[in-house]
Design a protein. Structure first.
Length: 279
């Protein structure tokens, strides 16, 4: 019997939120990227990646978070971490005085950004095509994330998807030619598009992390207890809705993440990096 059958709604939500929060922490952190304030634009900042390897890992983890399906037996939702998050925004088992509202807002903003159609010009010299594409941004993430994650022998599915996208836009390319053109896509996407939009994406993800913090903080404050004989020692009193042993372990872990807080401060992407000059 899967988790979605064994545990109550709040228990399933606690498990899914913990997994989702940890996935965001693996992306929006100071080890993977550098957040720099723009002195001339108070409150605005830019994100830089220490190396191409760091940026590629960012894309891989983001693709995993936004698109790769997980097993419903663990989270109660068959889908990506973003799907789990959207389900939690609906179930909102830990909502206190509308604390879920920022999380709903920021989750919707990230989903909209990824699903929004955006134009992009791609010069693909390998196949002699100057392509004008207009597809959801999640398609560009799918191409980039898979390309940096797999070697060429494992990119047959990606090659078929690229061939289909090109065909939908009036460009007919033999499937055998697509792997040879992947370096062209890399130059435009990994080395251009997602470098430019890296700050905006990080802001969107960081907003979701802060939305989780705002959503769960009332529950954290109601649950945490300190031992009087030794104030640094603490424990959590579980809500009535969290009664089974395994969900309680996940709830404890989730509350510890709230106790630690987000890795990145709240920030806004510089407005000049939100223009559609590259997409």
């Amino acid at each position: 019997m899967g988790v979605q059958m064994k545990y109550a709604g709040a228990e399933r939500e606690a498990i899914g939120l913990c997994i989702t929060l940890e996935a965001i922490n693996d992306i929006a952190n100071h080890e993977l990227l550098k957040l720099t304030d723009i002195v001339s634009l108070p409150g605005q900042a830019e994100v830089h990646f220490p190396s191409r390897t760091h940026q590629h890992l960012f894309l891989t983890r983001l693709l995993d978070f936004a698109k790769e399906n997980g097993d419903a037996s663990l989270t109660g939702t068959r889908g990506s971490c973003l799907d789990v998050l959207e389900a939690s925004c609906d179930s909102k088992a830990f909502n206190v005085n509308c604390s879920v509202l920022p999380l709903q807002q920021f989750t919707a903003a990230l989903t909209q950004w990824l699903q929004e159609n955006t134009p992009l010009k791609l010069w693909l010299p390998t196949v002699n095509i100057n392509a004008d594409l207009n597809v959801p941004r999640i398609e560009f993430l799918y191409i980039s994330g898979n390309q940096v994650k797999h070697n060429l022998s494992r990119l047959t599915g990606l090659s078929r998807r690229i061939q289909a996208i090109l065909h939908e836009h009036g460009y007919n390319v033999d499937l055998d030619q697509i792997p040879l053109a992947l370096d062209d896509f890399q130059e435009h996407l990994q080395d251009g598009y997602f470098v430019y939009y890296g700050t905006w994406l990080t802001e969107l993800l960081n907003n979701v992390r802060w939305g989780l913090q705002d959503y769960l903080l009332p529950t954290f404050n109601a649950s945490i207890r300190f031992k009087p004989e030794n104030p640094p020692m603490y424990f959590y009193e579980y809500p009535d809705s969290i009664s089974a042993e395994i969900p309680r372990a996940w709830f404890w872990r989730l509350m510890n993440h709230v106790r630690s807080g987000p890795y990145l401060k709240r920030f806004v992407c510089a407005e000049h990096m939100k223009r559609n000059s590259l997409g």
